[in-house]
Design a protein around this ligand. Structure first.
Ligand code: PLP
Length: 413
């Protein structure tokens, strides 16, 4: 049981939910600080997966037998859980996907291919993950529209004055992340949506890094589309979702064809398609993973996303303070609004060497370009080290990390 009635998080109880946190790496207790890549999975989610395969594994929507009925009911119940989690108005506005990348590709290939052409503009920001850049580039080549880039300031915050100037009558869609995976910047997506809408443009919000860390309300944001991945919010890999406003989803054509998404198929008359959201869910989905994603979101709810956010903000402040004491260490991304991600470089120490050596001390951090090459290049670096936090991390773990980092820097310099 992890729920707290306190105003602070019961981190010891939370940690007991995560069996993986008991393991050792190279003989040292695991300190897992790579949560922006993938968060760990609580036993409630593991048990949900196990229970599904032991008791009601079946294909959904097609069977008339008990197992198929049970699997379908649990799958569709998760749609309602995701609706609640995102604050959406209707469950049919939730489309299950493999994750954020697939959700963005759905919008690109369904909405984008049918609405964008020469003279149109799509605005993306310099903070984007490759998954919110490359699909647009691929389609721009095919459809001849223009991609324009919202700049960032020296702290890694979006330049909102430049954004206001960029949004114009040619803008058809703004695609921006809610929270940057590389720097942790929280973007003012509600304000950005308002500005986009004033010009008649839509907004797609990549919520991959917001869903685990910040309360999300797609109606308050007035997002037209919102994407997230289950594996970053304590769920399994293989399941995520796209929220889309019902009238937009209804007007969009299918992007993948196959079973599940059709109403009728005829060689003579072609095919007709199922209603939203099923017309976007061709083939057998990751049934177990979707159901377990629902359990992960319930787990987050039991603790309270606002408590998780506050806890992680405390961890972030602690990490900034402690890392700031290390000579020659530079934090990239110091925007006033940040989630629990800290990216840094160290004079005279290669990021990859740091990550490899610190792993020997049991600490898992990420190094590289974080699938955000345009951002890192803008700041003149090829790679950073990145520590990112989750509800189960503790200030003591940050102290272990900082001590290990100090040792490693001494070894490589
Ligand atoms: N967008 C952001 C901001 C991310 O951080 C990530 C993953 O790191 C993605 C998109 C892609 O998510 P996935 O690989 O789960 O599709």
């Amino acid at each position: 049981m992890t729920a707290t009635t306190d105003l602070t998080l019961d981190v010891a109880a939370i940690r007991r939910d995560f069996p993986i946190l008991e393991r050792e790496v190279h003989g040292k207790p695991l300190v897992y600080l790579d949560n922006a890549a993938t968060s760990q999975t609580p036993r409630q989610v593991l048990e949900t997966l196990d229970h599904y395969y032991r008791h009601y594994n079946a294909n959904i929507h097609r069977g008339l037998h008990t197992l198929a009925d049970e699997a379908t009911a649990a799958y569709e119940a998760t749609r309602e859980t995701v609706r609640r989690f995102l604050g959406a108005g209707q469950a049919r506005e939730i489309v299950f996907t493999r994750g954020t990348t697939e959700a963005i590709n759905l919008v690109v290939h369904s909405w984008g291919r049918h609405n964008l052409g020469p003279g149109d503009e799509v605005l993306i920001s310099r903070l984007e993950h490759h998954s919110n850049i490359v699909p647009w580039q691929l389609l721009a080549k095919e459809r001849g529209f223009t991609i324009r880039v919202i700049p960032v300031d020296e702290r890694g915050a979006l330049d909102m004055a430049a954004y206001r100037d960029l949004v114009g009558e040619r803008t058809r869609l703004v695609a921006v992340n809610h929270v940057s995976n590389a720097f942790g910047t929280i973007n003012p997506v509600a304000e950005m949506a308002r500005i986009a809408h004033e010009q008649g443009a839509l907004i797609l919000v990549d919520g991959a890094q917001a869903a685990p860390h910040e309360p999300v309300d797609v109606v308050a944001i007035d997002a037209d589309f919102y994407a997230f991945s289950g594996h970053k919010v304590y769920g399994p890999t293989g399941a995520g979702a796209l929220y889309g406003k019902a009238h937009l989803l209804e007007a969009m054509p299918p992007w993948q064809g196959g079973g599940e998404m059709i109403r009728t198929v005829s060689f003579e008359e072609g095919s007709t398609f199922a209603d939203v959201p099923h017309k976007f869910e061709a083939g057998t989905p990751s049934v177990a993973d979707v159901i377990a994603l629902g359990r992960a979101l319930e787990w987050v709810d039991e603790i309270g996303i606002a408590l998780i956010r506050d806890w992680e903000h405390g961890l972030l402040a602690h990490a900034h303070r402690e890392l700031g004491r290390i000579d020659g260490l530079h934090i990239l991304g110091t925007a006033p609004q940040k989630a629990g991600v800290v990216s840094f470089v160290v004079d005279g120490a290669h990021a990859q060497d740091i990550a490899l050596l610190i792993d020997q001390l049991g600490v898992a951090i990420r190094t590289g370009n974080h699938c955000a090459q345009p951002l890192l290049h803008h700041f003149g670096v090829e790679a950073t080290c990145r520590a990112s936090f989750a509800a189960y991390n503790t200030p003591e773990e940050i102290d272990i990390f900082v001590a290990a980092l100090t040792r490693v820097i001494g070894m490589v310099r």
